[in-house]
Design a protein around this ligand. Sequence first.
Ligand SMILES: *[C@@H]1O[C@H](CO)[C@@H](O)[C@H](O)[C@H]1NC(C)=O
Ligand SMILES: *[C@@H]1O[C@H](CO)[C@@H](O)[C@H](O)[C@H]1NC(C)=O
Ligand SMILES: *[C@@H]1O[C@H](CO)[C@@H](O)[C@H](O)[C@H]1NC(C)=O
Ligand SMILES: *[C@@H]1O[C@H](CO)[C@@H](O)[C@H](O)[C@H]1NC(C)=O
Ligand SMILES: *[C@@H]1O[C@H](CO)[C@@H](O)[C@H](O)[C@H]1NC(C)=O
Length: 410
Amino acid sequence: MRRLWDILAIVGVLVVLAGSVPATLAATHTYNITKILADHPEFSTFNHYLSATRLAGEINRRRTITVLAVDNSAMAPLLAKHLTLESLRNVLRLHILADYYGAKKLHQLTGGSAVASSMFQATGDAPGTSGYVNITDHRAGKVTFIAQDAGDSTAPASFVKSVKEMPYDLSVIEINAVLTSPEAEAPVPPPAPVNLTDLMSKKGCKAFADLLLADPDVEKTFDATVDGGLTVFCPGDAAVKAFMPKFKNLTAEGKASLLLYHGVPVYYSIQMLKSNNGAVNTLATDGTSKSFNYTVQNDGEVVTLKTKIVTATIKSTIIDQDPVAVFVVDKVLEPRELFKVAVDVSAPAPAPVAKKHKTAKGTASPPAPAGPEEAPADEKASDNAARRSGGKWVVAAVATVAAVAAVGVY
Ligand SMILES: *[C@@H]1O[C@H](CO)[C@@H](O)[C@H](O)[C@H]1NC(C)=O
Ligand SMILES: *[C@@H]1O[C@H](CO)[C@@H](O)[C@H](O)[C@H]1NC(C)=O
Ligand SMILES: *[C@@H]1O[C@H](CO)[C@@H](O)[C@H](O)[C@H]1NC(C)=O
Ligand SMILES: *[C@@H]1O[C@H](CO)[C@@H](O)[C@H](O)[C@H]1NC(C)=O
Ligand SMILES: *[C@@H]1O[C@H](CO)[C@@H](O)[C@H](O)[C@H]1NC(C)=O
């Protein structure tokens, strides 16, 4: 085990030193379950409900999982029960196993059986053993699945075929019937409506909440995103106060972008943030240029957000309840699209080994030993951005310059 961690640590260091392009949060992310299933129209209902219940996003963010898909006719009896979306979600969670089971492994189970924990179990909503799935490898090659608390009248579902195997990240298996249990189908109280600005005001982000309330369009954007998943990093009152002179200097559009920059249209629990590093897009991100992003980076229990301008640290949690999380951060997040890059003297200097500074035009200067210094490319970028009144419409050319400049910093 020790050795494995050592190797992982070395690999991690090499990746960082190589100055690689930042990965999307959920590091090695390479799959999209919606797309995978879209190639198989017989799973369109199952696929539809993975999206409707927001489980598709969770699947894409996880590694080492198995999805037990059922075809449209097998979905029919489940839909006939007219469960609420929240209960349906729990039933579907039974179909997402927290381990990798390819066809081969299923047909070679040690001792002929296994107990797999499902995403239902992982939510903590599943009482007792109801979140576990029994897998049995019978003689003659038949493999069956049943929710551990399924009840006596329930027949197990059988393995039909392997749909997609990406060892050892994702396996998609077809089974011939849905897995369910009374616990999974139990009514789930609908989540209490969340008033973001109210919550923030009461828990240390009043100044930020007031800025949101002062711009109804922006506030609406935050509110409208909650249902589909939202993570807000709200700067604490002291941070906002210190930032106000700079905020007042922004155009109306720049102000809106700055506020939207603090919202990420995906629900990230603190656990997810602590276990994944990578770039995230924000409510201010322009769809085509993918601008207005930052990097989530954790160091043990500490989670930081790195824009090219500042590094903020998560200080506390206001709410962390799927589909919405609000975390207090110690700095206002300044996007490079609106502010000039100054080298952060408090940041540890990158190790000299294997660090290549490209000399092509437009690249950043090496990190300065001390004192704030502006990287010419980014200055140009932010000036351009400012001239376009700092909004979401930073043109591709500017984004390119900024991206090239970024290479030297990573
Ligand atoms: C996944 O694929 C679907 C269908 O192709 C697409 O609509 C969706 O935007 C994709 N999701 C991501 C996160 O790329
Ligand atoms: C699942 O397996 C456990 C232990 O292996 C067993 O006690 C339980 O009865 C099984 N449940 C079903 C529904 O087969
Ligand atoms: C949240 O509460 C504030 C008052 O604190 C109110 O102005 C705002 O409209 C509320 N937002 C929603 C979405 O209800
Ligand atoms: C506001 O903008 C002016 C003009 O660009 C600049 O001189 C000043 O330093 C800015 N103030 C702050 C606090 O950024
Ligand atoms: C982050 O934004 C920059 C523009 O500011 C863009 O060039 C880059 O591709 C974006 N990164 C990601 C991972 O979307």
